[in-house]
Design a binder for this molecule. Sequence first.
Ligand code: PLP
Ligand code: SF4
Length: 313
Amino acid sequence: MKEQITPYLRTLIEKGSIPLRAQFKKKRQPKKESNFTNDPLGEEEKYSPVKGLVHKFGNRALWKVSYRCAAHCQFCTRFRQIGSDEGDLSSEDIQACIEYIRTHPEIDDVILSGGDPLFTVRDTLTIFEELAKIDSVKVIRIGTRLPIHSPKSFHAKLLKELMRKMRLYARKKALFVLININHPDELTKSVLRAIATIQKTGAIILSQTVFLKGVNDNVETLEALFTTLYHNKILPYYIYRCDYVKGVEHFIVPFRKERMIMTELRKCLSGIAYPTYAIDVPGGRGKIPPPLHFWKGTVFRYVTDFDGNKLKI
Ligand SMILES: *Cc1c(COP(=O)(O)O)cnc(C)c1O
Ligand code: SF4
């Protein structure tokens, strides 16, 4: 993945934000053998019925609108693909996805992801309009980092148009916007203003966080992050263990340390400000919450996924 940093982020990094530098500046990889792979979650191999769609959990489908983002996060699960054109969808591809969703009425929840759906807003507008017409779809979610990468973009014409569409949709159905936020440094005044713009549409804003070594692997940082989110009406939804993707090895936090941090946070945060801590099981199916230190005697060598498969973690 190429380094790509927006002028906005570059300014914050130049002002001295170490957590932002760590997330966006490309780091020379130590030449270390690892068993990490390009697609540990089997998104492409096992669960993609048509180009762009990942249908892994019965009622929910994840739609990769593109592999393009305003900035490139160096820990990205789709590390290998981001910035390439292989995820671009033709209008035929978009229609095939729509057709799949229409003919699978068990899908009531569609997650627009990517890449960043708010970066490739022209396609997202089309997709959003089409999805809004499907009765069996009751929930649309948009996963984005654009408010963090480029808060000014929310003044752009096409995004305003999408916000208008979102406002109409949110009057009738459930609309969620999930923002990947990993450190309090990301929540500047202009970022919070951009998020408030989305909140005005009636969409409910959730955050997703990834445990990242050297960025947020301590209690104080995450307590500050989740408290600030809570104060700004952003609900901390998930905190993930970083996926075992080739190229992101240096971001992995020791598993035991993550569990210790989540145990301590449980003691000091409201349940509303406390996200679900989960591992997206490599080679399996399911976001599984690990037991915390409140429980003694757990053996952590294996996990059982949604299908009952016993997998090594
Ligand atoms: C995470 C994910 C979902 C959504 O899971 P929730 O627990 O409902 O947020 C759906 N599809 C895929 C492929 C996912 O990775
Ligand atoms: S915005 Fe999301 S998809 Fe894009 S590089 Fe960052 S983590 Fe990956």
